[in-house]
Design a protein around this ligand. Structure first.
Ligand SMILES: [Mn+2]
Length: 338
């Protein structure tokens, strides 16, 4: 789950209105379209990609959706999720390639075709730390989710919002606003959500599908992870150890959202979760802020990025040194911001 981009002191001006037109133009003349999203997709990356896929297929386009990784278990019910390809044929060529919710080109899968075969590369994003890697960069840091950008593109193409498409957009908004709770929740996303409900989305059914059919293993894992909760002043941390995850017997990442429990403790401004490396890789550190601290700026210091209130990065090193680095940066940010 990602959160708000508001409170950003000097957001870059991405000229979203102009780039929306360029995005619509590129898709209007395209026949074969590839849609992809960041690896390890979340509800927004997947929901916005599937929304576009659904609408573009209804408009008669030939659409391929690609992501090499497992899809989040609670968004697999969305229309088109079963047709997401884990690899692409060598030599596959497209008129337009769309990337959703990916802050950098290297977050995409390895099969994304090279420039001579991918057509116009369209970068749809709302991270404040986005790199302008597309031929067209339709980036709006104030958009509650990338699904909002997908909605505007579909409208721009003159497409209808079918119930299938509406569910994908609605799912993306649920994922990135924390079910209309975060500060990213704005009049625009609420208006669009109202339209999606008119298009046939049933809010309770969506809630059940996304949040109330959790695998029991996830709740057991949550109990273990919460037992690692530490609070030091305004910083709360949780640790996700390999041994805990192995006990669940699940290949799927079931830890999405756990960090929000750490942030929700009274008096906590910043939460950090530490995911133990697998196979000697780096520690994966996620951040959540209550609003005073820009955690994207902290993540960026370690080569990561994200939103004002939700960000992440990867750090090499042993647990003690990684935790110390993070504690120091958070302390510094709290001194300046909170
Ligand atoms: Mn997002």
């Amino acid at each position: 789950m990602k959160a708000s981009n508001k409170g950003v002191a000097n957001p870059r001006d991405w000229k979203p209105a102009e780039n929306l037109c360029l995005a619509v133009d590129a898709l209007r003349s395209a026949r074969r379209i590839l849609i992809t999203m960041h690896r390890g997709p979340d509800g927004d990356a997947l929901g916005s990609a599937l929304a576009l896929a659904s609408a573009l297929r209804e408009l008669g386009r030939e659409v391929t959706v690609y992501n090499p990784d497992d899809l989040p278990y609670n968004f697999r019910f969305l229309r088109g999720a079963a047709e997401v390809e884990k690899s692409l044929a060598a030599g596959a060529a497209f008129d337009v390639t769309v990337a959703t919710d990916a802050g950098a080109y290297d977050r995409l899968g390895p099969d994304v075709p090279s420039a001579d075969r991918r057509g116009v590369l369209l970068n749809l994003d709302h991270h404040i730390t986005t790199e302008p890697f597309g031929d067209v960069n339709y980036v709006d840091p104030h958009a509650a989710s990338v699904g909002i950008l997908a909605y505007k593109i579909i409208r721009g193409l003159g497409g209808q919002i079918s119930k299938d498409t509406a569910e994908c957009i609605y799912a993306s908004i649920l994922a990135d606003t924390g079910c209309f709770r975060y500060s990213s929740t704005d009049p625009e996303c609420l208006r669009i959500a109202a339209e999606l409900v008119e298009a046939g989305v049933e809010p309770w059914e969506m809630t059940v599908r996304v949040y109330e059919q959790q695998p029991l293993a996830r709740m057991r894992l949550l109990a273990e992870v919460l037992s690692t909760l530490e609070v030091h002043g305004k910083l709360a941390t949780i640790t996700i150890a390999n041994a805990m995850v192995e006990k669940t017997g699940s290949e799927t990442d079931l830890t999405d959202g756990f960090i929000n429990y750490a942030r929700s403790v009274d008096g906590v401004e910043v939460a950090a979760s530490f995911r133990e490396p697998r196979n000697g890789g780096p520690w994966r550190v996620s951040f959540r802020s209550r609003g005073r601290v820009n955690v994207a700026a902290i993540a960026q210091k370690f080569g990561g990025g994200g939103h004002h209130n939700a960000a992440g990065c990867s750090i090499e090193g042993d647990e003690v040194s990684v935790r110390a680095k993070i504690a120091q940066e958070v302390e510094e940010a709290l001194k300046n911001g909170a």
